[in-house]
Structures are given as structure tokens and as C-alpha cells.
Design a protein around this ligand. Structure first.
Ligand code: C2E
Ligand code: MG
Ligand code: MG
Ligand code: MG
Length: 279
């Protein structure tokens, strides 16, 4: 297709460089400018203790708000940020901002708030994330005991030796580790034994049809039971209905996140939820 079609309009455009590569370059530039112009922000989704109904923590979720355009969701820019390596400075900004938020909430007199931050594969395996986290903890005064770092199952399995080493260093600082989107990879629960993990987050895809699909219900039951036998905390993602919540509660799931309780919201709207039901 594109060969010979107006190729002279752009001096950098060659036959080897398809339209997709041009789009990548454009997006890469846009992401780089977004960092400089401070167009990133964090929304927070409450994590609710199923037994008590209390909001015990929040997950930080990255948003991009370009000037004069609609908000961009992470699914639309994190893969490219990963590919270009921009995820490293962006991820560092996320960590810094979430840690500063935790300190700000503490200073405003709120009970301690656990903040969970997502780390991508490249951040976790491709740079010294433990050193980065240690530096930011010292700089912000964030309490590592109330910081959770989320990594996906596939990241663990990509390089188990490096992952275990990094997780060991993070755990030694008192930071908790959670496995995100659990069930979508191919690891067995038993293989998680060698990692210093605190929580498992059951992927939304299993929660979605929980009350209609017997297979999904069986998977969720098994994950909760085995996780508890390994002394892991279980969080269900994407809880949208009261029926799902009732089922998870009956199965002894510890915590939940989902639109049923709240969508991810701006930090100002989290404060009231954090005060509710706590001294
Ligand atoms: P995740 O870490 O699994 O986050 C949960 C996603 O599910 C969020 O999407 C959240 O808005 C959405 N969600 C929560 N409850 C419900 C529900 O009840 N129904 C439905 N349909 N969705 C629900 P979001 O914010 O678009 O983030 C998507 C993914 O992007 C995240 O999945 C995470 O993998 C990645 N991400 C987000 N922020 C960051 C970040 O700061 N760094 C990195 N590396 N990745 C991030
Ligand atoms: Mg997550
Ligand atoms: Mg998840
Ligand atoms: Mg997910």
C-alpha cells in the first residue's frame, strides 16, 4: 500500500516506515510533551473491606488529560509508553504522586490509607525499581507499610528469578506486593509460593459472570480457598452488582473494588469515602 503514495511529503517517511510507525512517533512525542506539560493525573478507586464495608485503601489509576481533548485511558497509551521506554519516567511520576498523596491524607488527619500502584513489565524488570522506590520513600516520607505495588502474573513468569530478587528487596523495605489480574496468566497458585506476595487480585473477567457462569464461580472459589491456605489476602476486581458482592462475601473474599461501590475518582472525592465508617 503506502509505497510510492506521496512519499515525498514527509522527508522521514520511507518504505520501511509504515503508517503505524509514523503514528507511534507522533504518539511518542505527544507522551513526552504530556510529561513536560503535566497532563497526567491520578484517579483513585476505593478498595473496600467486604466484611466491614470500610474503605481501607485506594488503587491509583493513571489518566492523561491532553489540553482541549478528551481524557485518554491507560489502555490507550500504556502499551506505547512501555514500548518506547517512556513508562519509566511516567511510572516514576505515578509513584511520586501516589506517595505524596498518601502523606497528604495522613497529614490531613485521615486514618492510614493503603495506596496501590501498578507497575508495568518494563518498569519492574527493566530498571532498578527497588532503588527508585527506596529513593521516593525517603524523599516523600511515605509509609512503606501502606504502599502496595501491583504486578501482573505474566511479569512474574517472564523472568521469575529477577522478579523474585526485586520483590525480595521491596518486601524488605516493608512494601506489600500484589498480583494483579490473577487468573489470566498460566501460573499455578503453588508456583507463587516462592515470591513474597501479600495479595491476589482476581481478574474482572472472572467476576463479571460469576453469578451466571458455573465455571467462573468455580475458579473464583478455588482461588479464594487456595489463596487463604497460603495466607494471602484476596481482592475481587470489577464488582459491579450486589449479587456479585453477596457471592464473594459468602465465599470469604477479603476485599473488593468495582463500580458497584465506586468508579475511580479524583482525589478530592476519595476523602469523604475514607472518613465514612471509621473513627
Ligand atoms: P488494573 O490495574 O487491573 O486496574 C483495574 C481497571 O479496571 C481500571 O481500569 C479500573 O477503572 C477498571 N475497573 C474497576 N472497577 C471496574 C468495574 O466494576 N467494571 C469495569 N468495567 N471496570 C472496572 P483503567 O483505569 O482503565 O486501567 C486499566 C489498566 O491500565 C490497569 O488495570 C493497569 O493495568 C493499567 N494502569 C493504570 N494505571 C497505571 C499506572 O499508573 N501504571 C501502569 N504501569 N499501569 C497502569
Ligand atoms: Mg491494578
Ligand atoms: Mg487488575
Ligand atoms: Mg485488569
Amino acid at each position: 500500500g503506502s509505497k510510492g503514495q506521496g512519499g515525498n511529503h514527509y522527508s522521514f517517511y520511507t518504505a520501511e516506515m509504515g503508517a503505524q510507525a509514523v503514528e507511534h512517533l507522533r504518539m511518542e512525542g505527544a507522551l513526552q510533551r504530556a510529561l513536560q506539560r503535566q497532563e497526567f493525573l491520578l484517579h483513585y478507586q476505593p478498595v473496600v473491606d467486604i466484611g466491614s464495608g470500610v474503605v481501607t485503601g485506594v488503587e491509583a489509576l493513571l489518566r492523561w488529560q491532553p489540553q482541549d481533548r478528551a481524557m485518554v485511558s491507560p489502555a490507550d497509551f500504556i502499551p506505547l509508553a512501555e514500548e518506547t521506554g517512556l513508562i519509566v519516567p511516567i511510572g516514576e511520576w505515578v509513584l511520586l504522586t501516589a506517595m505524596e498523596q498518601q502523606v497528604a491524607w495522613r497529614q490531613s488527619g485521615l486514618p492510614p490509607v493503603r495506596i496501590s500502584v501498578n507497575l508495568s513489565a518494563r518498569q519492574f524488570l527493566g530498571q532498578d525499581v527497588a532503588q527508585c522506590v527506596a529513593g521516593l520513600l525517603a524523599r516523600t516520607g511515605c509509609d512503606p507499610g501502606y504502599l502496595t505495588l501491583e504486578i501482573t502474573e505474566s511479569v512474574l513468569m517472564e523472568n521469575p528469578i529477577a522478579a523474585a530478587e526485586t520483590m525480595g528487596r521491596l518486601a524488605a523495605m516493608g512494601v506489600q506486593l500484589a498480583i494483579d489480574d490473577f487468573g489470566t496468566g498460566y501460573s499455578s497458585l503453588a508456583s507463587l509460593k516462592r515470591f513474597p506476595i501479600h495479595s491476589l487480585k482476581i481478574d474482572r473477567s472472572f467476576v463479571m459472570d460469576l453469578t451466571q457462569d458455573a465455571d467462573d464461580a468455580a475458579i473464583v472459589n478455588a482461588v479464594i480457598a487456595l489463596a487463604h491456605s497460603m495466607k494471602l489476602n484476596v481482592i475481587a476486581e470489577g464488582v459491579e452488582t450486589g449479587e456479585q458482592l453477596a457471592y464473594l462475601s459468602k465465599q470469604g473474599c477479603d476485599q473488593m473494588q468495582g463500580y458497584h461501590f465506586s468508579r475511580p475518582v479524583e482525589p478530592g472525592r476519595i476523602e469523604a469515602m475514607l472518613r465514612a465508617g471509621r473513627g
